[in-house]
Design a binder for this molecule. Structure first.
Ligand code: IVH
Length: 675
């Protein structure tokens, strides 16, 4: 037990140190900030629970990483500390409670905070003597930083000389160096994100290289000071502005945890529209004498905390690009990425949408990419960091042959949009391609189709692998003896499966047509077709047809659908499926509703605004009563319903064609309803 714990703890610390080195020294974060925070928290939690674990490499003992060898090292007179993180309301309540306990104040002690959006950049310490900017240091490991004075001098936001009487004789002003998102646009192909760009440019050996990069500086705290005559953080921030430093325009003075949360939510909403990246809000006890009393724990002050935003982006590497094949033959590229935590979820796949998307973003295997996960949507690749690409990297070649069946892959011309599809497809038909066949089966048993209880995607995969099914009709001729002998199956589960399959042998024509998975025939179109054909036999005899043009008469069915139906019936395998299913199923005829409704055989069109009833409701009233609604005035139209401000042309044309014109009341009377 103890041995395992130590092993687990050490491996986490090792990983933590590795990422630290990458982050602070190589300007290269391999993991997202959120993932880094989680790793750190895991280590600290282990230490809290098992005191014996703490070692010299623990993050509780360290800030950052030892500075790199390129710059002169200088000790910070006052260490540059790190901040504890808070992720929830509870964390904040605990933070406040600890402070109140520490100060041994009463529960209702009111604390005022300075709430400062936490810019995600690189911290720097600026040492001023007699108003002159003398030396600038990076944070380094918190105790010892690097002398980056010359580079910092190139930043316009950093005052080089300050001539105010109240400016302390000696002070170490601290703040954040960063790049605005709008400026980062031009550096996109060199760095993965603004933070890397800031860190990379700040640590250029030649200050002239730094000069060309639009770095910004925002001040927020201080190290050592002589004669700083202020008593609160808010006052200090005001002084900073007066002395010529930029401060964060979103800084606020706030009292109580409730209001901190309110502000947090407001700032988080603004986050995406800000021109600089923030990853949370820093809360500092406003009163300096309280800060002094509270002091520090290990490497972080007791009087401050960083309330982090949950992140939904992370950087990872594409290990491979896999091609998935859908029911309609569409080839969907999927990036297999190095598993990464994005906002608490481990992500290892990201969709690449289609061939065009890969081409547009020039996404390649081995690329370092930013992955975004929003809500329940499949994670996707936001951008590629081209600077991290190796010289051997090759453009991704989309397969010209289907990876499953070897058929040619094609991009079709879309007759409606008059454009070539973005999607490439397997050109095979029917059930020839195994991957397509499996997807067709999954569709066949899906909720809106046969909806067979206990027969989901996993079962389809399993039965396919065991060669129990290949075509839909096989589902109704399963070898139950074989299934009963499978691991995890028994008499009862087989009985249940048999029962649910038999139950679904009775099916409506529309569901049946939908289940066949004819391309472009979704639920709505399947309903239209079932109404038109009314029986399985009528539908099935479509194969005898030479000409499918008359299907265009079905309101809602267009050329795309007709050509897809034709393709379906031209395939012998499909015809066999259709035939075999016809033999085992009981496909209900569509009951003829003719002569039932009040608006039977009558067609309607609405123009102008009606009162108290929506167009959609009128349409559904017409259909409920066996009428039909059409979209233009032709001699096929029986009634034009005219509301307020009708289209003049429609009314004129209706009059010309001697079509009956109704107002809203007259129409409702036809339905025995009064307006
Ligand atoms: S105060 C002693 N104030 O956050 C407290 N830090 O994780 C530490 N940061 O190294 C500094 N905005 O890079 C402070 N308004 C702010 C800040 C801020 C961003 C960064 C800074 C620091 C890190 C701590």
């Amino acid at each position: 037990m103890k041995k395992n714990l130590i092993k687990k703890y050490n491996s986490k610390v090792k990983l933590y140190n590795y990422y630290n080195k990458k982050y602070f020294n190589d300007n290269n974060s391999e993991i997202s900030d959120a993932e880094y925070d989680i790793l750190k928290k895991e280590i600290l939690d282990l230490e809290k629970d098992y005191n014996f674990l703490k070692n010299i490499n623990s993050p509780s003992k360290k800030v950052g990483f030892k500075p790199s060898k390129n710059f002169k090292k200088v000790n910070h007179k006052v260490p540059m500390l790190s901040l504890a993180n808070a992720f929830s309301e509870q964390d904040l309540l605990n933070f406040e409670k600890k402070i109140i306990n520490f100060l041994s104040e009463k529960k209702n002690f009111v604390i005022t905070y300075s709430a400062e959006p936490k810019i995600d950049g690189i911290s720097a310490s600026l040492i001023y003597k007699k108003g002159n900017f003398e030396m600038g240091l990076s944070r380094g490991d918190g105790k010892q930083g690097e002398d980056i004075t010359e580079n910092l001098k190139t930043i316009g936001d950093i005052p080089k000389k300050i001539e105010f009487e109240d400016f302390p004789n000696e002070i170490d002003i601290r703040g954040e160096v960063f790049i605005q998102n709008s400026d980062f646009e031009n550096l996109k192909n060199k760095f993965a994100n603004p933070r890397n760009a800031a860190s990379g440019s700040l640590r250029q050996k030649n200050p002239n290289d730094t000069k060309n990069i639009p770095l910004k500086f925002i001040a927020y705290t201080f190290g050592f000071e002589k004669n700083l005559m202020v008593t609160t953080q808010t006052e200090y921030l005001k002084k900073l502005s007066k002395w010529g430093f930029k401060t964060n325009p979103l800084n606020k003075q706030i009292t109580g945890v409730k209001n901190l949360l309110k502000n947090y939510n407001e700032v988080e909403k603004k986050r995406a529209s800000l021109d600089f990246d923030i990853d949370g809000i820093v809360y500092k006890i406003n009163n300096f004498s309280l800060q002094k009393r509270l002091g520090n724990v290990a490497n972080a002050p007791r009087w401050a905390v960083a309330h982090k935003f949950s992140s939904n982006k992370a950087i990872s590497v594409i290990i491979d690009i896999e091609i998935q094949i859908g029911r309609t033959g569409a080839l969907t590229p999927v990036a297999k990425i190095k598993p990464i935590n994005i906002g608490g979820v481990i992500v290892s796949n990201a969709t690449l949408h289609n061939e065009d998307e890969i081409e547009r973003k020039d996404i390649r295997i081995g690329d370092t990419v930013t992955v975004e996960r929003a809500g329940d949507v499949i994670p996707h690749i936001l951008s590629v960091d081209v600077s991290k690409r190796s010289n051997e990297s090759l453009k991704f070649k989309f397969p010209s042959k289907c990876p499953s069946c070897g058929s040619k892959t094609i991009k079709e011309f879309n007759k409606v949009t008059k454009k070539i599809d973005a999607v490439r497809r397997c050109s095979s038909n029917g059930y020839f391609c195994n991957k397509i066949a499996i997807e067709k089966l999954k569709h066949f048993v899906s909720k809106e189709a046969f909806n067979i209880d206990g027969f989901g995607k996993k079962i389809v995969e399993l039965f396919w692998k065991l060669k129990l099914i290949k075509f839909p009709q096989d589902i109704f001729k399963l070898d139950y003896d074989k299934i009963e002998k499978l691991e995890g199956w028994g008499k009862l589960s087989v009985e249940n499966l048999k029962y649910s399959i038999n139950q679904k042998k009775n099916i409506s024509l529309d569901r049946f047509i939908f289940a066949l998975g004819i391309r472009h025939i979704g639920l709505e179109n399947a309903k239209l077709l079932s109404k038109y054909f009314t029986s399985y036999l009528n539908f099935q005899s479509l194969y005898k047809k030479k000409n499918y043009e008359d299907l265009l008469n079905i309101d809602g069915i267009g050329e795309t659908q007709v050509s897809s139906i034709r393709d379906f019936f031209l395939n012998k395998e499909n015809l066999k499926v259709l035939n075999d299913l016809g033999k085992v199923l009981f496909i209900k005829n569509v009951t003829n509703k003719r002569n039932e409704g009040l608006l039977n055989n009558k067609s309607f069109l609405v123009t102008g605004k009606l009162t108290g009833i929506s167009r959609a409701e009128v349409k559904s009233l017409i259909e409920e009563n066996s009428g039909s609604s059409v979209s233009s005035v032709t001699n096929k139209l029986n009634y034009l319903i005219v509301g307020e401000k009708p289209t003049k042309r429609k009314v004129e044309k209706a009059e010309e064609l001697k079509i009956k014109i109704l107002n809203q009341d007259e129409f409702l009377k036809m339905l025995n309803k009064t307006g």
